[in-house]
Design a protein around this ligand. Structure first.
Ligand code: PMP
Ligand code: GLN
Length: 381
């Protein structure tokens, strides 16, 4: 393993899902739903396979049906206009979008400012690009970004802000004032911005506003999203990038040499999914809101400190109130102690001390599973 990937070993999601499989524990670790997405969307994938659409290499930027559907979705939901031919790129999940974007836009030695705790692929991709990560720590209890610290973190070497809202793992959602301040700073210091918006449809307090819709942002932002979380098909790995043509062209260049193209038949199905009526999206959100409340209540009853998320399908907790000192050790022992798997937030910080006693639980599971998990955890105290 080269030095750039030193210490990046096996992702915590792989470790904890393997632990769940080995022990039969309830897996509230890795974020994936235990119920698949809409039947009609699955049928659309079957139809595409059967009709021979996408069984051979699809076009590099993605099938036109999906690029058009992404552009329509951005217009319908946010009033944003993108040219499906030059301003939309289909990727193998948001994960590839992040990798291709960072590899395309960063020079070795560039600095990238990212919220911490961060989704783990950020650290790996910044490292693979030879760039330097500059964390902006979000702190409990509300995990709001410190805008003065953000301003101070910008140096002449800063190339890019890598933002994630709704934020995994804390559930923080950037508010209008924060978005405006970030946009202003990006313009003033001439920074590129990459926005990871995979939880755009999972906002329970306030609403999701794409940063790219703010003044001065259209030309400097690469916006990333994915079908995995919105439609409950995390295994399909269909994501996309939207932005100004020169930026999208750069990302496309990198993508060509990562996967060349993304898997075909699922693209047709996701195009149909994006056109589902508004009721689907609100129904999904309300379902997850109820699950958030259910699990938050169970975790609080079990004696954990709960930081109520405004979005995503994760709850960050603090286990110090249980007398626990180390989230990683806690998560490794949790299946044996009570048959539940969770994820330690410490691995999402550059300085693990900052998140030593934070533990994340996913609530994208059936109600009876959440109830059972809460019952099992109640034995901990
Ligand atoms: N970004 C964030 C913040 C995530 O939580 C995830 C996991 N869904 C991804 C990106 C990756 O998304 P995908 O599965 O589409 O690659
Ligand atoms: N995004 C999901 C999570 O945060 C899983 C991603 C992964 O397994 N790489 O749990």
């Amino acid at each position: 393993l080269n030095r750039r990937l030193d210490g990046l070993g096996t992702t915590i999601f792989a470790e904890m899902s393997a632990l769940a499989a080995a022990t039969g524990a309830i897996n509230l670790g890795q974020g994936f739903p235990d119920t698949d997405g809409p039947e009609e969307v699955r049928e659309a994938a079957v139809r595409a396979l059967r009709d021979g659409r996408g069984n051979q290499y699809p076009p590099g930027p993605g099938v036109p049906e999906l690029r058009t559907a992404v552009a329509e979705h951005q217009a319908r939901r946010y009033g944003l206009s993108f040219d499906p031919d030059t301003e939309v790129l289909v990727t193998a999940g948001a994960t590839e979008a992040i990798a291709a974007t960072l590899l395309a836009l960063l020079e070795p030695g560039d600095e990238v400012i990212a919220f911490e705790p961060y989704y783990d692929s950020y650290a790996a991709c910044i490292a693979m690009a030879g760039a330097t990560r500059v964390p902006l720590t979000l702190r409990a209890p509300d995990f709001r970004p410190d805008l003065d610290a953000l301003r101070d973190a910008v140096t002449p070497r800063t190339r890019l802000l890598l933002l994630n809202s709704p934020h995994n793992p804390t559930g923080m959602v950037l508010n209008p004032g924060e978005l405006a301040a970030i946009a202003e700073l990006a313009v003033e210091r001439d920074l590129l911005v990459v926005t990871d918006e995979v939880y755009e449809h999972l906002v329970f307090e306030g609403e999701h506003t794409p940063l790219i819709s703010l003044p001065g942002m259209r030309e400097r932002t690469v916006a990333i999203s994915s079908a995995g979380k919105t439609f409950s098909f995390t295994g399909w790995k269909v994501g996309w990038v939207t932005g100004a043509a020169p930026l999208v062209a750069a990302v496309r260049t990198a993508k060509q040499y990562l996967t060349f193209v993304s898997s075909g038949p699922f693209q047709y199905a996701v195009a149909e999914a994006l056109r589902l009526p508004d009721g689907f999206f609100t129904g999904f959100r309300e379902d997850l809101r109820a699950k958030r409340d259910l699990l938050a209540g169970g975790l609080a009853d079990a004696g954990l400190t709960v930081f109520r998320p405004q979005g995503t399908y994760f709850i960050t907790t603090d286990i110090a109130a249980l007398g626990e000192k180390d989230g990683l050790a806690f998560c490794r022992s949790l299946p044996e102690r009570c048959g539940v798997v969770a994820v330690p937030n410490a691995v999402f910080y550059d300085d693990p001390e900052a998140g030593r006693t934070q533990v994340r639980f996913a609530f994208c599971k059936r109600e009876e599973i959440l109830r059972e998990a809460a019952a099992r955890l109640s034995g901990l105290g």
